[in-house]
Design a binder for this molecule. Sequence first.
Ligand code: NAD
Length: 486
Amino acid sequence: MKALPDFDMVLFGGTGDLAMRKLLPALYQQVKAGTVSPGSRILAAARKPLSREAFLELAEATCKPFLGAAYDADTWRAFAERVSYFPMDVQNPGSYAPLGEALGQHSDRVRVFYYSTSPDFFATISANLGGAGLISARSRVVVEKPLGHDLDSSREINDAVGEHFAERQIFRIDHYLGKEPVQNLLALRFGNVLFEPLWRREWVQDVQITVAEQLGVEGRGDFYEGTGALRDMLQNHLLQLLCIVAMEPPISSDPDAVRDEKLKVLRSLKPFTPADVVTKTVRGQYKTGAVGSKPVVAYAEEPGVASGSRTETFVAVKAEIDTWRWAGVPFFLRTGKRMAEKLAEIVINFRQVPHPIFGEATHGGRANRLIIRMQPDESMRLYLVAKQPGDAMALHPVNLNLDFAESFRDRRLEAYERLLMDAIRGKLTLFVRRDEQEAAWHWVEPILDSWAANEDRPKTYTAGSWGPAASSALLSRDGLAWNEED
Ligand code: NAD
């Protein structure tokens, strides 16, 4: 791997869950890989009044399980040498002085501010950094989701951050874009001639994008109450995945060339009328059930959840893209908590052969299908029918593994690791531009509005299932079925 330029990374929220589970481990991995120069620095900032030593002790104990076999004491020492800790209240402009002093020692190097705090602070942190004169020409800011809860609030945050950082300095992270199979989908589509001619309405029957979690709200019912599955997952992650599948070939891999094409997809999504919301969306809420044979309580009984809550823990949507390439091809998106499996995948169902000369039965099943899986494992498989060895002409579905794991034995990068490196290198391709984010909000808002205006409650589903029955009906009306039901 190529060395990174010298950098200072300021991690606001340095003691938080995201920093400990993903960000610090990602930076450790890069130290281990030898890409981080000895002079580069990680400046963690958070509210806890800890000494540097106490922070490092906490970080080592917390990160170790997430590093697994990658942890070794020598690398940790080398990593820790680059880390300092700044106890501060990000809302208090006076508490930025020590940080400013440290940053001032290397005013010309790449400076990445990572906002791993509640988005309520994003405007304040930006103003305080600006006020303290800490935003240099080589500064970048990485912002975490959720950026607002609707179009207006996302604009407000973007305006506030945009007062201090230019758009080319703002890295809106969507970690699904950093996942290896998503990158590989781009390679498959735009690095080969084989797929592109088939990648259109004539040959694609439907597309299914699923991000299913087994976890519930994990004690954060109060946060989730104001969010729900549509805002938390569909508006950002699932729509970004849809863009990667549906976008036209960009003219280059230049960040804006790619993001222009994604934006076009978002702008071609057919708008929802209130009647469409009834027939083309399903919202669900889990009730008591069992996940992996462990009994779990209903969402309504989780701490912090309001009685009679209408917050959706599941959403399924039939999206349509009004372009020559995709007219009439349904894109089914679904995401939920307390589902049967932890699963994130994109399924492209190609049409069946027009005239089955080997008999109907041999052509059904799992053939003519491309599955890009991001969780629980990362893979990309193309399902075809092939002849079973023997004297009879018996066909059988087989799959080609397009991940070539055997050919490439390099360590796979975690999504956050790749994206952090991209932010340090200033590569914006895998980050979401403001207009994309606003187009996504624009498309989902009529769904939110209709749900709010409608007296209906979300359909219930048993925890540990694939969601409400209405989710299956959404596809069966088109004579289709979700991948696991097919
Ligand atoms: P967290 O609650 O675990 O951590 C919050 C951090 O912010 C802590 O370090 C805390 O000290 C710091 N903080 C809070 N108030 C502060 C103040 N006034 N001054 C200085 N520091 C202060 O949150 P988290 O789960 O790590 O999430 C951080 C951000 O990342 C949020 O925007 C969240 O929505 C987003 N996010 C988190 C995850 C995840 O897996 N945890 C995933 C995606 C997005």
